[in-house]
Design a binder for this molecule. Structure first.
Ligand SMILES: Cc1cc2nc3c(=O)[nH]c(=O)nc-3n(C[C@H](O)[C@H](O)[C@H](O)COP(=O)(O)O)c2cc1C
Length: 182
């Protein structure tokens, strides 16, 4: 599309979105307590269908538990290095019915992205690692974290100070934008 161009908008929130990358290497440095609750607050500030807020969050700061999780989850090995991780869970008692019964996935995705963006804004790094819908991964995490049956572990987000500098990749594709009709 010709009439859409990248604008160098000087806005901190916008630049934070554009420069976030997945971080999988962490320094041996603690995350301050106020930032831990700020990350969770960011997650809880997400939009959700019918404002159901169908999420629960497990904050993990115990190194032994982080290590056990990393040993069970091949795509989340970096968890062993991270000072903290957040497991975003869906509370099935707050899921909607009928055609809206899977909206919780979108709600939890919005909450997860808020956590990633808040982490980046605080100079932390984070990566979304996939649990749902992989039954084997969900089972391990439920066992390790004692998650009750009515909760669905959705993803695991290891968080810490990045040990390497990451250059964000520009994902702007004007050819994927369609004006007024496809
Ligand atoms: C639904 C979803 C599942 C993902 N699962 C994993 C995962 O299991 N392990 C991992 O290292 N990264 C995972 N990622 C991170 C992606 O690999 C990453 O977002 C993608 O490569 C783009 O890179 P960026 O986040 O740096 O922009 C996942 C991301 C999403 C949104």
């Amino acid at each position: 599309m010709k009439n859409l161009e990248i604008l160098a908008v000087d806005n901190a929130a916008y630049q934070n979105i554009l420069t976030r990358t997945s971080i999988r290497n962490f320094k041996d440095q603690e995350v301050p307590e106020d930032l831990k609750s700020a990350l969770l607050h960011a997650g809880m500030s997400a939009p959700s269908g019918v404002n159901k807020q169908p999420w629960e969050f497990i904050l993990i700061d115990d190194h032994e538990i982080l290590k056990r999780l990393s040993e069970s989850l091949p795509y989340a090995k970096m968890t062993a290095q991270a000072p903290i991780a957040i497991v975003v869970c869906g509370n099935s008692e707050r899921f909607l019915d009928g055609d809206d019964s899977t909206l919780w996935v979108q709600d939890l995705s919005a909450a997860s992205e808020n956590i990633l963006l808040a982490a980046h804004a605080f100079g932390l790094g984070a990566v979304w690692t996939c649990l749902y819908p992989h039954q084997d991964r969900m089972k391990y995490v439920c066992e390790i974290l004692n998650i009750p049956e009515n909760m669905i572990p959705f993803n695991l987000i290891p968080i810490g100070y990045p040990s390497k500098v990451h250059t964000p990749i520009d994902k702007w594709h004007p050819d994927r934008v369609h004006l007024n009709k496809f």
